[in-house]
Design a protein around this ligand. Structure first.
Ligand SMILES: Cc1cc2nc3c(=O)[nH]c(=O)nc-3n(C[C@H](O)[C@H](O)[C@H](O)COP(=O)(O)OP(=O)(O)OC[C@H]3O[C@@H](n4cnc5c(N)ncnc54)[C@H](O)[C@@H]3O)c2cc1C
Length: 380
């Protein structure tokens, strides 16, 4: 696929690959073991102009496109799922909606610092009682004077305890269903009535914080409403069209990282007097990994270029996310197998990719929900 990439995209990909190999790979396991969000890495990504890749230059971004953003997300995933996940949540969920739906004043106040990487952003849709059925939310935003008062709890919010802004979905018109949901911009460092309740311990991705957050009579002035009242659900659907492409790209990266570890190990490890890669069973596992990764990458790039062409991308982004997330879990599982007992230890990377890959089949819509979306797109 390389030959079809424009030279600017290749240049950005090569820059980020070098950065990943030199700066992230050496600490990738350590930050997981320590459950440490690596703020310094995000500062370095900001210095490389990577924190606003698909955001226009006039708002502090790089002025790249979805394909370029997918390439970078894949490279991050190839070395660290955690960094890739926090990066993807920051870019497609927390920054892009402000560019797409915000006023000029909101873009200046909220988008520019995100795109310049002064801090990361978060996006809060899920609640303790509503995940797949996300529109069935309990968080409310009641009109009061010139603003709104937020009450409720959001669950599993990536970056919430390190974010400089959080986009929050809340019901402004109870009983109005999809049309009763709106989006608000929250300043977690300044707004009263906001609290990070807890950070989850997870089976993987522990350098990417996942939080429960709470709003208790949290007052937000009117200029924090993103777009119009009642547009929150339509915005969510459009946001997820882009977000799912980045989860697909992240999945391809995880798979690529696991594949490379397995291939290298298999050519070095000897049993019965020869490298284990010479056994048909092991070779076939590695060949299958390569096949699945190339397929998922092609699909992801197709979704990204369709998005960049401004065409409807719901089907392709869902398809890419479904396919790549399954690829990442399958490839990472086989990579553990190729390494045998060593694959089960934390001295080698495949176990980390395996644990991280599982989230790809859950976040931004489970695989079951992707099939639901795809069935609907096919008119079934
Ligand atoms: C690490 C991590 C990071 C996250 N980051 C964010 C974030 O930044 N912002 C945010 O808003 N959310 C975030 N989430 C939440 C995530 O998007 C949800 O967990 C996900 O959408 C699933 O919702 P749920 O956990 O409530 O599962 P449920 O919806 O309760 O699903 C339980 C099971 O039922 C199945 N199911 C549900 N409905 C159907 C149906 N109609 N048909 C078939 N099967 C169905 C599901 O597929 C699943 O297998 C994150 C989650 C994790 C774990």
């Amino acid at each position: 696929m390389d030959f079809t990439l424009p030279s600017e995209h290749r240049m950005v990909r090569d820059t980020i690959r070098e950065f990943c190999d030199e700066e992230i790979a050496p600490i990738a396991q350590e930050i997981e073991d320590e459950h440490r969000y690596p703020e310094e890495v995000f500062e370095e990504l900001a210095a490389l102009d990577m924190m606003g890749i698909p955001v226009a230059e006039e708002y502090g971004g790089l002025g790249g496109d979805q394909l370029m953003y997918a390439l970078v997300t894949e490279e991050l995933g190839r070395v660290s799922g955690s960094i890739g996940l926090s990066f993807a949540a920051h870019t497609s969920l927390a920054s892009k909606p402000i560019e797409a739906f915000g006023t000029e004043a909101q873009k200046e106040r909220w988008l520019e610092p995100l795109a310049r990487g002064e801090y990361v952003g978060a996006w809060a849709l899920t609640e303790p009682g509503s995940g797949s059925d996300a529109s069935d939310m309990d968080t409310t935003a009641e009109r009061e004077g010139d603003g709104y008062v937020l009450n409720g709890t959001k669950q599993f919010i990536t970056n919430a305890n390190v974010a400089g802004s959080i986009l929050v979905k809340a019901v402004t018109e109870p009983g109005a269903g999809y049309g009763g949901i709106s989006t608000f911009i929250l300043d977690p460092r300044e707004d009263d009535g906001f609290e990070v309740v807890s950070e989850w311990e997870k089976m993987g991705l522990n350098a990417s914080p996942t939080c429960e957050i709470k709003f208790s009579d949290c007052y937000l002035p009117e200029d924090r409403l993103l777009g119009e009242e009642g547009e929150g659900w339509e915005q969510t659907k459009k946001t997820l069209d882009g977000g799912r492409i980045s989860i697909a790209a992240l999945s391809v990266g995880l798979a690529q990282g696991a594949f490379e570890a397995a291939r290298e190990y298999a050519t070095e490890r000897e049993q019965f007097g020869q490298p284990v890669s010479k056994f048909d069973a092991v070779r076939d596992m590695i060949v299958e990994m390569d096949r699945k990764i190339e397929r998922s990458r092609l699909l992801t790039h197709k979704a990204a270029t369709t998005y960049d062409a401004g065409e409807d991308v719901t089907r392709l982004s869902s398809l890419a996310k479904l396919d790549a997330s399954e690829t990442s879990r399958e490839v990472a599982e086989d990579a553990v197998q190729v390494l045998g007992g060593y694959g089960y230890t934390t001295d080698f990377a495949p176990q980390r990719f395996y644990r991280d890959a599982k989230l790809m089949e859950i976040g931004e819509g489970t695989s079951e929900i992707q099939r639901l979306v795809l069935g609907r797109e096919l008119g079934l």
